[in-house]
Design a protein around this ligand. Sequence first.
Ligand code: ADP
Ligand code: MG
Length: 702
Amino acid sequence: MSRFGKIPVTHDPSARAPLGSLPGVGPRIAEKLAAGGLASVQDLWWHLPRQYEDRTALVPIRDLQPGVAAQVEGTVAAVERGFRYRPMLRVAIVDDSRATLVLRFFHFRAAQVAQFAPGARVRCYGSPRPGQHGLEIVHPGYHVLGADEEALLDDRLAPVYPAIEGVGPATLRRLAGLALDRLPGDAVLELLPADALAGLGLPSLRDALLTVHRPPRDADVAALLAGTHPAQRRLAFEELLAHHLSLRRQRIALQAHAAAVLDDAELAGRLRASLPFALTGAQDRVFAEVREDLAQPRPMLRLVQGDVGSGKTVVAALAAMLAVGSGRQAALMAPTELLAEQHLANLRQWLEPLGVRVAWLAGKVTGKARKAALAEVAAGTAQVVVGTHALMQEGVVFADLALAIVDEQHRFGVHQRLALRDKGAAGQGVPHQLVMTATPIPRTLAMAAYADLDVSAIDELPPGRTPVQTVALGATRRPELVERIRAACAEGRQAYWVCTLIDDSDEVSAQAAQTTFEQLSKALPALRIALVHGRQKAKEKQATMRAFKDGELDLLVATTVIEVGVDVPNASLMIVENAERLGLAQLHQLRGRVGRGSAASSCVLLYQPPLSALARERLETMRATSDGFEIAEKDLALRGPGELLGTRQTGLAAFRLADLARDADLLPQVHELGDQLLARSPAVADALVARWIGAAARYAAA
Ligand code: ADP
Ligand code: MG
């Protein structure tokens, strides 16, 4: 058998058997499981635990660490039932370590309250956090022990499965166990070539599945909890491989289409000559890469990463001129109306002197204006079209769209990107795509997140920028900032005050921003202050942002909604509250709102002590560097969970088990094997994609 041998398929009928065939699964539960994407026995094999609960030991209350889940046993010392804002039950337990832990419940029944009689023994499991009276666990899993009940400790880690609505964790565990009993041998299960596996030093698929679902007694607990156990890495490898294959296949399919050859550079040359500045070396290099792509008869798929202010817009404009110069249309789409408007203003200023017509399509363009714009776009008299999502709506017909440019791609996601691509006229080939993002990510991650794209980096800022002075201050210094704002605004500058909260629900952070807004309004009565947060209507938000941009406001109090935003060169002071709670990428984005003009700018990161080691290092990084790529690398090294590459940022489907930050070191091998499979064993590639992604449409849609 060749290295890429036949594809094992699970022919075993018991693996394909519906879950209703398992003991204890009635039609009602089967329906709930199906709604959660679990239909057959084998679906449970791939329903992988993301975490484990360690109930193999009891942790003395004194040794509990905030944020580290643990099992605790103690006796009830006090019970308090309150109704301050909503019903609440607090139970204080103490143990031999003579420390107290508070269990806090917001939902409970009378019978539960009765259970917690003083002196009762309670065993509970949960993640403690700092509360009013020392550590507390909100809604712990718990068990009240009988008078002479002898409670045993588990002898192995308990898997925690992604929740399925209407099916309890205990049931899921039991079903996973039953499904696992039907797991076939590797001859049937394994898709990866044996020598590739051997080279990786990772276990076989069957071993890996058994280990993650049912960790053996002697398994490396710390590794399993950290997600770095070889069994987990084996599965992560296969999952990353499947995603890589799926993206590469999309790219191959797309590039099989023809695209317009855009090789007339005369107009682009004229634009370049008319600019009031010379391109930076990085802009020049990236434009050359784009130009080379556009001269090919197959669609370009290129991502341009460039830090805030690195000058991506002009590169986009030059690319658009290659299209227009070659007699075709280009479109530029931005995620918000304000950003799109900014582009419109720039492009009109640069292009209209060259005789290029720029049309404008956004949500607020309605009635006659919209009709006129649509007509121009359809007739091709508008050579460049700028807009928001409105560009992708039905009814928008381009005469001959040959280049689709998407700004701030992570706000759009892959689907919307594809929708714009589909605007290409029938029979004229697929438009080239240029995607621009201001969120630099390390090279390895870019390779994974954008395996369907070529990546360029504008890694140099235009000359003459004064770097933003960054300081980190403890929250007690907050009052001094009022003076700082007063001073900045007295010089005619503007300032941002960004409120963040650990509970970043819109509602709670809106409230915090509201409170800060009121305090600052009182402290700075002479200033024009406004508030933006995620709970406001889009119109209201935009009106405020616009007023700030137009200099009608001095201070903008905001939640992190301003993260991707507007160019206000006059703003020179950024204050971020609770900065310790934000990831590096977000801090960097926020800081990028200032320092866009020639005035010296500063960024104040207010933090709530005590700082965790991780938070301290993040703030230190922010003080030490302003280079987005360096910050991204540091972010990867610090591995702030989910901070680097959330679904939100990449438009990538969420993974079941893999974590791009944690598993980044696997990527080079993922790519190598992926390319081999595509070239030599496409059927195995298909089977891998079907196994991990075919059944995971619900992840992608999330
Ligand atoms: P971003 O990459 O964040 O989208 P922009 O394209 O908005 O950055 O550019 C930021 C500012 O820098 C704009 O005012 C732009 O005109 C200016 N700019 C761009 N390239 C250069 C350059 N090579 N030299 C000087 N200024 C430049
Ligand atoms: Mg931009």
